[in-house]
Design a protein around this ligand. Structure first.
Ligand SMILES: C[S@@+](CC[C@H](N)C(=O)[O-])C[C@H]1O[C@@H](n2cnc3c(N)ncnc32)[C@H](O)[C@@H]1O
Ligand code: SF4
Length: 347
């Protein structure tokens, strides 16, 4: 029988498990401590739990820690880790070291159903949601785990299409009984699924990054099918309803496509759309994907676009591309080649 993983359970879920097994209530806190602070790899190593508790738990549970099965290193020091997920699927995470910052870009789904025209994960299609445990295991199980300063939910998948598990992972990452991270070290990127975005804003304190890519509806619809369901105006109007305080950051991701979204009209459109929102824009170089007619804007035009937006009072930077040679850069993560189409998967 497949045992259930304990890693990735919130304190409330652990309390429920403890209750069902007629164990003392404080055992839940002890298990959380072993899982998230003491990095226990087995239930047996949770030595302040009674022998009976360990035996009872071991009958139905395991810790569920999974080590990466492969790592590739870029010339720029970025590392791409491959992790097994359930249903014999795989996900990738990118470790990006730079000066004092050590960032891990993690996946929230296997593949993605959003079908953005420019994205390799989108081309893979959707295979499965990740559990909170599988999301956090990427942080927990790389050799650089304890050096990490930041985590970004910008790997495979659309985090807000897996809102329950993503919120649970944030709870564990930021609670005192969990990893105790400041939410200011965490950034979640989304294409703007409005109802789930509301929950994210209300139920977490992490930073929010919105993949914008053009201020114009028709153009955005061609690049990102989600625009037909939640328009960019709807996304922005929703953001306007909330007070993000001075500490919580909203940023907009903007991939620059030559001759498509890099004109003076786009500078004007962006200025109008974002008017009054305290935010920043990150311009991203397009990382070409196979069979795509899209081309990246030359650096000189990107710099001009960046200067124009800054002149209009919107803090804008050009994001450095990392790990492109090992397909670890933004939008290049894919485990499509590892899908075994002969195996039935219950999606
Ligand atoms: C892969 S997505 C994952 C998070 C979420 N699904 C989203 O779209 O915001 C992370 C970022 O990569 C960007 N991206 C996707 N494909 C890209 C590509 N080929 N080149 C550069 N950036 C890309 C997305 O627009 C997004 O801002
Ligand atoms: S850009 Fe984000 S939402 Fe769009 S297909 Fe890629 S992972 Fe999914």
């Amino acid at each position: 029988m497949q045992k259930e993983p304990l890693y990735g359970k919130t304190l409330n879920e652990l309390k429920e498990i403890v209750k069902q097994h007629n164990l003392p209530g404080f055992t839940a806190g002890q298990i959380a401590d072993w899982l998230y602070k003491k990095r226990a790899e087995s239930i047996d190593s949770m030595t302040n739990l009674s022998k009976k508790a360990r035996q009872l738990l071991s009958e139905n549970f395991e810790t569920g820690i999974t080590l990466p099965s492969k790592v590739q290193e870029s010339v720029d020091g970025t590392k791409k880790y491959l992790f097994p997920a359930h249903k014999q699927l795989f996900i990738e995470a990118a470790y990006i070291p730079e000066d004092n910052r050590k960032t891990l870009c993690i996946s929230s789904q296997v593949g993605c159903k959003m079908g953005c025209l420019f994205c390799m994960t989108g081309k893979q299609g959707f295979q499965s949601q990740l559990t909170a445990g599988e999301i956090l295991n990427q942080i927990r199980s790389i050799p650089e785990s304890e050096e990490l300063t930041n985590v970004v939910y910008m790997g495979m998948g659309e985090p807000l299409d897996n809102i329950e598990e993503v919120l649970k992972s944030l709870d564990i990452l930021t609670s005192d009984w969990g990893y105790g991270w400041s939410p200011r070290r965490i950034n979640v990127s989304t294409i703007g699924i409005v109802p789930a975005m509301r929950r994210f804003i209300e139920e977490s304190e992490a930073h929010l990054a919105i993949s914008l890519h053009t201020p114009f509806n028709e153009e955005r619809q061609k690049l990102m099918p989600i625009e037909q369901v939640y328009s960019i105006e709807q996304v922005i109007e929703t953001l306007r309803e909330y007070d993000f305080g001075r500490q919580r950051r909203i940023s907009f991701e903007y991939i620059m496509f030559e001759g498509i979204n890099d004109t003076p009209a786009h500078v004007k459109g962006l200025t109008k759309l974002l008017n009054g929102i305290r935010c920043r824009i990150n311009l991203i170089r397009f990382h070409p994907i196979p069979d795509s007619p899209l081309r990246g804007t030359p650096h000189k035009t990107m710099q001009w676009f960046c200067d124009q937006l800054n002149n209009k009072g919107i803090t804008t930077t050009i994001r450095r591309s990392r790990g492109e040679d090992i397909y670890a850069a933004c939008g290049l993560l894919s485990t499509k080649a590892l899908l075994n189409d002969n195996k039935p998967k219950d999606f």
